[in-house]
Write a protein that binds this ligand. Structure first.
Ligand SMILES: Cc1ncc(COP(=O)(O)O)c(C=O)c1O
Length: 407
């Protein structure tokens, strides 16, 4: 059952939003880096630790069984969130970065010199560096899909890059800097036409709207729990059953084996093949609580609310002398990267903090994108379900003060 959208009650669900920062009410606009946690997540993790905690999968006692059930219930919750075909397609990882490294390392086993990996100018380093490893170690060639000045993925440019040597197309589903959403279905069709696989980095997209991996047509989809109102330390790799089956193991040990002898080792099936060692058990409980909490909201209404906040901020900043907004793609998500002429983004962020306003400043782990934009860093305000019109206005007022202080 979804409740009618009510920003006030959403806000009340987040204890941290009641605190003061530098004597001012906290205005948290850094959710693209990591979202705050609702009480439902905090208390689910504490309750699990208090009542049912044990290691999973290897025990025969009551607590081990309860913990295993809770861990596998979390896997089922992620399956539902992504509309995956089977819970066996859901691998728990340390986060999105870990998930992409698993896929890249698995693919690396069959990479021949000259095989191509297609990425774009607006990827997070997590979706760049693991592919650079394949370049350094096996002679793979990285091909960079261009973006337009608005920050839209240039589909014609992308189509030219995908060819018979393309092994993997690895693209963001929504940019963490520009907020651009990519057209996954069209990209999947291009990749499929050349027998290449498609990995989508869903870190931001999964937070701002429903995701249906069966409809997207990708082979892999990754995200991190901590941006989805869940805890740190856990993320998700979804892979189509055949794609996961074809992938070799990444780390060794624990639940990922079938048998081990002095001479050989055979591997467990997915998802366990990729979950070496004790997994993030309490964090899985927290992620499930986050998904359950989110599922209680009308997600399209939340997306509309976030878009409204973004529009209000952009409307006020558009035309302000010396303020440049990065990323104006149609239908983009509620992420506002901006530069202020004559002011370093770090100074902007520090001055905003004096007014209790938390924004991020830096290269946002997207240095190739910074180069494309002709900057070394930007400031970034990102909006989440719990932000309000008052937050936007407090941000705008603090920015006006910061600009006059710096001028
Ligand atoms: C688009 C995108 N991809 C990947 C990542 C990496 O996520 P994590 O550090 O949780 O592994 C982030 C985090 O900022 C991101 O925004």
């Amino acid at each position: 059952m979804t409740a009618p959208f009510d920003p006030k009650s959403i806000r009340d669900a987040f204890p941290i939003l009641g605190r003061l920062v530098n004597g001012k009410p906290l205005v948290y606009l850094d959710s693209a880096a990591s979202a705050q946690k609702p009480e439902a997540v905090i208390s689910a993790m504490a309750a699990f630790q208090r009542t049912s905690y044990a290691n999973v999968h290897r025990g025969l006692h009551t607590l081990a069984n309860e913990a295993t059930q809770a861990y596998e219930d979390a896997r089922e919750a992620v399956r539902g969130l992504l509309n995956a075909d089977s819970a066996d397609e859901i691998v728990f990882t340390k986060g999105a970065t870990h998930a992409i490294n698993i896929v890249a390392a698995g693919l690396g086993r069959t990479i021949r010199p000259g095989d191509e990996i297609v990425i774009s100018d607006m990827e997070h380093h997590a979706n760049i560096v693991p592919w650079h490893f394949l370049r350094e170690r096996f002679g793979a060639v990285l091909r960079w899909a261009p973006i337009t000045d608005e920050g839209v993925l240039d589909m014609a440019g992308l189509a030219e890059l995908i060819g018979p040597r393309t092994r993997m197309v690895a693209l963001t589903h929504m940019s963490n800097v520009l907020g651009t959403k990519t057209d996954a279905a069209a990209i999947a069709a291009l990749a499929r036409a050349h027998g290449a696989q498609l990995l989508l980095d869903g870190c931001q997209a999964v937070v701002h709207g429903p995701v249906d991996v069966q409809a997207l047509g990708a082979d892999f989809y990754v995200f991190s729990s901590h941006k989805l109102y869940g805890p740190t330390g856990i993320g998700v790799l979804w892979g189509r059953a055949e794609a996961l089956d074809a992938l070799g193991p990444f780390e060794g040990g624990g639940e990922m084996i079938e048998t081990v002898t002095r001479d050989v080792v055979t591997y467990n099936a997915a998802p366990h093949r990729f979950e070496a060692g004790t997994p993030p058990i309490t964090e899985a409980v927290g992620l499930k609580a986050a998904i359950d909490w989110l599922s209680g909201l009308d997600r399209l209404a939340v997306a509309d609310h976030e878009a409204g906040l973004y529009a209000r901020a952009v409307e006020a900043l558009r035309g302000v002398n010396g303020v440049r907004i990065h990323g104006t793609a149609p239908g983009k998500g509620a992420i506002l990267a901006f530069s202020v002429e004559g002011a370093h983004p770090h100074d902007i962020a520090q001055l905003l903090d004096r007014y209790g306003v938390a924004v991020r400043a830096g290269h946002h782990c997207a240095q190739p994108l910074m180069a494309r934009l002709g900057v070394t860093a930007t400031a970034r305000a990102s909006f989440a379900a719990y932000n309000t019109v008052d937050d936007v206005d407090a941000f705008l007022e603090a920015l006006t003060r910061a600009r006059s202080f710096l001028s």
